[in-house]
Design a protein around this ligand. Structure first.
Ligand code: MTE
Ligand code: MO
Length: 319
């Protein structure tokens, strides 16, 4: 990770206390990253990757009304048990390989059916928004779950800013393609770049956020730095990482896991314990850190906020 000297921090990055890319949070992040690197060098790879992060005492600085009160998954698990195939297919690969990703400078292209298409520097893209700590249940299609305190802002804020036209019905997202750094992209395990999509009303739902951090700090690369999608009522794979393009389109866009195995992964991918994956049940899940499985909740427990978007839809057909 590139750690800038204070003098190198551009004035455009210095904003008010409530916004994110300010000098102080940047410096805190740099300190944590440095501590992680130091600890990392003490231990052998794949065994104990430790961070200067006190899991039990952490409290959200800007809590959201949507937060679950369930126990947080420890920082170490959130940042070492990952799916990010751009860095390899093992759970431990992203933590081991994602340091290669250069996240600064970073640009995000917004295009398609919008009144204000633009290419933004990350700092300009996120600067207007107040960040919240969003403590969400996350459920992977593989049958495990975590409770993660994301730091982010509603995706709807970006959508309002760029002003979709009446033709825009879906939002399509794309991850960076850079095989020099994303070494998993040198193999054809998936079609690169990774792509995902949401219907426009799903994207406008207040639960859908763009995350720039977790546990109050910038996102570790393995979790999708510098900017990733989080949609807590859907399986984890909808939460596309390291986003470089957001496109407003008329028709349902292709999605990576649907391209890879169309009978196993649909476009909607709502967490639904009554629709089994063709190769395993989705009725239960193992919360990382717990021994016994627990029942999976419809829409991952977010039905009150999202079920109305799917009324009248056959969720077995539109899985
Ligand atoms: N670009 C990209 N985004 C991705 C993935 C991926 O392989 N590549 N994996 C997805 C899957 S399957 C899951 S479960 C979540 C995992 O996010 P986490 O590692 O931050 O918990 O990221 C999703 N986003
Ligand atoms: Mo997943």
């Amino acid at each position: 990770m590139l750690i800038k000297k204070p003098d190198d921090v551009a004035s455009s990055e210095i904003t008010d206390e409530k916004t994110y890319f300010n000098r102080r949070s940047f410096m805190k992040t740099a300190a944590v990253a440095a501590a992680g690197v130091t600890a990392y060098s003490l231990f052998s790879k794949k065994t104990s990757l430790t961070f200067a992060q006190d899991d039990n005492s952490w409290k959200p600085a800007n809590p959201s009304k949507f937060n679950t009160t369930e126990a947080l998954t420890p920082y170490k698990d959130v940042t070492t048990y990952n799916n990010f195939y751009e860095f390899g297919t093992d759970k431990s690969d992203p933590a081991e390989n994602a340091w290669r990703l250069k996240t600064n400078p970073w640009t995000i292209e917004v295009n398609g059916y919008v009144k204000k298409p633009a290419t933004y520097h990350l700092e300009d893209f996120v600067k207007p928004y107040k960040l919240e700590d969003r403590i969400y249940r996350m459920r992977c299609v593989e049958g495990w779950s975590m409770v993660i305190p994301w730091l982010g802002f509603p995706l709807s804020e970006i959508i309002k800013r760029v002003q979709p036209t009446s033709k825009a019905k879906f939002v399509a997202f794309q991850t960076l393609y850079r095989p020099d750094e994303m070494i998993g992209q040198r193999r054809d395990v998936l079609q690169w770049p990774y792509v995902e999509g949401l219907r426009l009303d799903e994207a406008m739902n207040p639960l859908a956020i763009l995350a720039v951090g977790l546990y109050g700090k910038t996102l570790p690369n393995q979790n999708g730095a510098p900017l990733r999608l989080v949609v807590p009522w859907k399986y984890g794979f909808k939460g596309i990482k390291s986003i470089v393009q957001i496109r407003f389109v008329e028709n349902q866009p292709p999605t990576t896991w649907n391209l890879s195995a169309p009978n196993e992964y649909g476009f909607y991918s709502n967490v639904n314990p009554t629709v089994d994956h063709p190769r395993w049940s989705q009725a239960r899940e193992r919360r990382i850190g717990e021994f016994f499985k627990r029942p999976t909740l419809m829409f991952n427990g977010y039905g009150d906020q999202v079920a109305s978007m799917y009324s009248g839809m056959d969720l077995r057909k539109y899985f």
